[in-house]
Design a protein around this ligand. Sequence first.
Ligand code: PEP
Ligand code: MG
Length: 547
Amino acid sequence: MKELRGRGVSGGIAVGKIFFLEKTDKKIIRRKVDNVRAELERLSASADAYLDRLMALKVKTYAQAGEDSSMIFETHSLMLMDPDFMGEIENMIQSQSVNAEYAVKLTGDRLAESLRLSDSEYMRERAADVEDITDGLIDTLAGRRTSLPAGEKFIVAAEDLSPGETASFDRDSVLAFITKYGSATSHTSILARTMGIPAIVGVDDMDPGWDGRTACADGNSGAVYIDPDRATVKAAEEKLRLQKENDLRLSSLIGRPSVTAEGRKIMLFANITTPADIDAVLSNDAEGIGLFRSEFMYMDRRSLPSEEELFSVYSSIAARMGGKPVIIRTLDIGADKKAPGIDLGEEENPALGLRAIRLCLKRRDIFKTQLRAIYRASLKGNIYIMLPMITTKKELEDSLAIAGGVRAELKADGIEFKDVPVGIMIETPSAALISDELAELADFFSVGTNDLTQYTLACDRQNPALSDLYDPSETSVLRLIKLAADNIHKKGKWIGVCGEAAADRELLEIFMSMGIDELSVSPKRVLYVRDALGKAAGRSSLEKYTL
Ligand code: PEP
Ligand code: MG
């Protein structure tokens, strides 16, 4: 047995087989092949395997997010079966005796380029689809494993996992994540918590040789055991039993209101990234969705989701939540959240760069498509719009003007929609400092403590070397939140917290003392927070803070 130590960033314990995700070099080299026939067979077998995977993804997406969302995989399958596309690749392998990866890349790039020059917008948009299938087919040819084998559960180990990669795993097949890189508030860790999957970061000496071997991963303590002995497995099973007992105890709070010890009612909502999270939202009795990180629909593909696709996802989430509030945060792409279909250019400091609302105000086409879909879906439930990373009053004014323009367009087209409240996130010190002015324009507010901490303390939320400095309970951060809460309450508006600190038991009393009206946490933490709230008076332990 080998024992390693990392940092537990998503609680829970798992014992199971390791799937080691190796990041291999993606550079394509032109190679001469001696056996052209064998190369053609390799191409055909890979295309078949890739088609099977696309079909499986289509079925899974259909079940989780509806027909419109699953159509992308249908489109990709049809393109992959297109005789002209595949014929050109085969011709190149035959006539030039080159390797299949090279022929796929060259043919795909040429086709994408010619589509991009088309007069038709529809055809131009297909260029990104061609790039997606080119990448997928090359990965399959190279034997790169991009998805878990079906029918089994795994502990996924990797040097690093991007937020997009983490989100693309089927949550029912992952027992735990183990990585070398990452921090508690990196988006990958937040995702693991949203998915309710144990995660450990900061594990050195990651070894691809672990693939297929058994591990025990403890997301509470950060311990990882490779080839655990019987005593370790037994101890893990006992911890699992205790965890289940605790979950059972918390389940007695289902159906109960979320109130503080002093009897103040709080709105207790959940954070989600995809429609697949709704089951956990409902089973943990969240009173609404306080943060739908809508950007994840843009992150594992080059093509941008169409208005129809977005509409279908927003509608299904709103409908499944019944009349409960669903706060859709508009796109927060940038920094560590990359969307292959959105070119941000080279940035020296991405966290301070073209991110979130800044990007949306530059790429109004993308922003308007999202807003149109949200307004159209508003008839299906109780939808709210929330704007991320607001720094200046002008950004909010411009965003509201664009939303007004979208409403006018819909009206002119005879499309119905409801009145949707528009709120903003307080996640920059600037927004907190001018919250009195912002409160005249926005309908509601939610504090993003993950970024507010990063930007107030000038401390990269991703950097594990700064984990001692990165602390949302620093007086400077709390003072900004209190200032915002006071300003916003004076204008008769409500303010919540949707960053990870919302589930911090120690901070609950502080937030309650500030009169915070709403908390939004990962689905699995909803009952834990309801339990803690019932004990939090919002008075005690304030002495140590001079707010
Ligand atoms: C935050 O910054 O606290 C937040 C909720 O947004 P994200 O974590 O997605 O940046
Ligand atoms: Mg944020």
